[in-house]
Design a binder for this molecule. Structure first.
Ligand code: SF4
Length: 342
C-alpha cells in the first residue's frame, strides 16, 4: 500500500495517475508470503484494491504534488541522532507544512491517540529542522477507512517534553537500562539478542536442539515437564472444585457442619466477611474530623492516575521519577509456540 501511494504521488506533474496505473503500482509492489492460504492472500489483495480505488476517488480531484515522499530524516537532539522516514509532506497554501503518515491499523485513531502520538511529534521536529518551515497539520491517514485523522501541531512545551524524553531514553540506554518490552509485532530483527527469543538461538555443539542443562534437567525438557505438570494441576483443580461444591451442597442440604471419610473429616463453615461503605463511614467520621485517620495511600490508585489521559503530563513525569522498586518477584508464563496462552 505504501509503495503504491508513494508512486501515485511521484509523478512529475499533475494530473494524478489513472486508476489503472495506481492498481498496476499496487500489483508490482505486492509481496506474496506470510498468508495462511492463497485464498487469504487473494482476499487481502482485493481489500487493498478497494482501499486504493476509494483513495483515488477522494484525492485525484484536488491532486497536488507533495514536497517530499518517503523522506529520510536525521534529527539531531543535543547530539542524539534519530533516523526515520516520513511518508509524505505537503506544502500548504499558507506556507506551512502538512505531515501525513499512512497507517494500516485496524481501528480508527482517537483524538487522544493523535494528541499523544510521539511519532508525529518527532516528525514535526524533523520537518521543521529539515525545511525551516512551521508544521501546521499532523495527520495519521487511516487507510482502511480512507480517513485523514488530523490534529494541530505540537506547541513549544510539547516539543520540549519530547526532546527531554529522547534525552532520558538515550541516557538510560547509555547506562544499559533498556529492558525488552514484548509487544504484538515481536520478534523484531534482533531476536538473537532479545531475552524473550534468544533461547531459540542457543545451540550447544553436542546437542544442537537446545539441550543445555539447568541444574539436573535439560532446559527444553524442563519446559515441557513444567507444561505437563501445570496441565495436570489445572485438571486436579477443576476436580477439587467440583468435589468441594458437592460437599458444601450436601452439608447445606443435610444441615451438617462436618462430614467424615475413612481417614479424614471435613468441617463446613459459612464465613461472612464484614465491610463498610465508604460514603456511609465518611458521613459519620467527617463531621467529627476523623475521616483523614482512615484514609490510606493506595498504589493502585496512583498507577490509575498515571494511566489516566486527563492527568497533566508534568504530573505524570514527576510521579514517574518517584517510581522505585519496592519488591521483586519472579513468575513463569506458559505459552504454546503458536503464541496461545496456557
Ligand atoms: S523481539 Fe525485539 S522488539 Fe520484541 S522485545 Fe525482543 S528486542 Fe524488543
Amino acid at each position: 500500500m505504501h509503495n503504491a501511494l508513494e508512486r501515485f504521488f511521484k509523478v512529475r506533474t499533475p494530473p494524478a495517475p489513472s486508476l489503472e496505473e495506481l492498481l498496476q503500482f499496487y500489483e508490482q509492489g505486492w509481496v506474496s508470503g506470510g498468508y495462511e492460504s492463497p485464498e487469504e492472500e487473494a482476499r487481502y489483495k482485493e481489500y487493498g484494491r478497494e482501499i486504493l480505488k476509494r483513495f483515488r476517488e477522494i484525492h485525484a480531484p484536488d491532486f497536488r504534488l507533495p514536497i517530499a515522499l518517503e523522506r529520510r530524516f536525521n534529527l539531531d537532539i543535543e547530539g542524539i541522532k534519530l533516523i526515520g522516514f516520513i511518508d509524505r509532506v505537503d506544502k500548504l497554501d499558507s506556507g506551512g507544512l502538512s505531515i501525513i503518515d499512512y497507517k494500516t491499523n485496524q481501528e480508527l485513531f482517537t483524538s487522544d491517540y493523535l494528541e499523544n502520538d510521539l511519532q508525529l511529534t518527532i516528525y514535526q521536529m524533523a520537518a521543521e529542522q529539515t525545511w525551516n518551515l512551521p508544521v501546521e497539520k499532523l495527520t495519521l491517514y487511516h487507510l482502511r477507512s480512507n480517513t485523514a485523522c488530523t490534529c494541530a501541531p505540537r506547541d513549544e512545551k510539547r516539543i520540549d517534553q519530547a526532546r527531554q524524553l529522547v534525552l532520558d531514553v538515550a541516557e538510560n540506554i547509555n547506562q544499559g537500562n533498556f529492558p525488552a518490552t514484548e509487544h504484538e509485532f515481536c520478534p523484531c530483527d534482533f531476536p538473537e539478542h532479545c531475552p524473550y527469543y534468544r533461547h531459540q538461538y542457543i545451540k550447544t555443539e553436542e546437542q544442537p536442539d537446545r539441550q543445555e542443562q539447568l541444574p539436573g534437567i535439560a532446559a527444553a525438557d524442563a519446559v515441557e515437564r513444567y507444561a505437563e505438570i501445570q496441565s495436570q494441576i489445572k485438571e486436579l483443580e477443576a476436580e477439587l472444585e467440583e468435589i468441594k461444591q458437592s460437599i458444601i451442597d450436601y452439608c447445606q442440604a443435610e444441615g451438617l457442619n462436618r462430614v467424615y471419610g475413612s481417614e479424614h473429616d471435613i468441617s463446613y463453615k459459612l464465613t461472612q466477611r464484614t465491610g463498610f461503605s465508604g460514603d456511609e463511614v465518611k458521613s459519620v467520621l467527617e463531621p467529627e474530623g476523623l475521616w483523614e485517620k482512615v484514609l490510606g495511600f493506595d498504589q493502585a490508585l496512583v498507577r490509575k492516575l498515571m494511566e489516566d489521559r486527563s492527568t497533566p503530563a508534568e504530573i505524570k513525569k514527576k510521579l514517574e521519577t518517584l517510581k522505585k522498586i519496592t519488591s521483586t518477584y519472579t513468575s513463569l508464563r506458559l505459552r504454546q509456540h503458536d503464541g496461545e496462552e496456557e
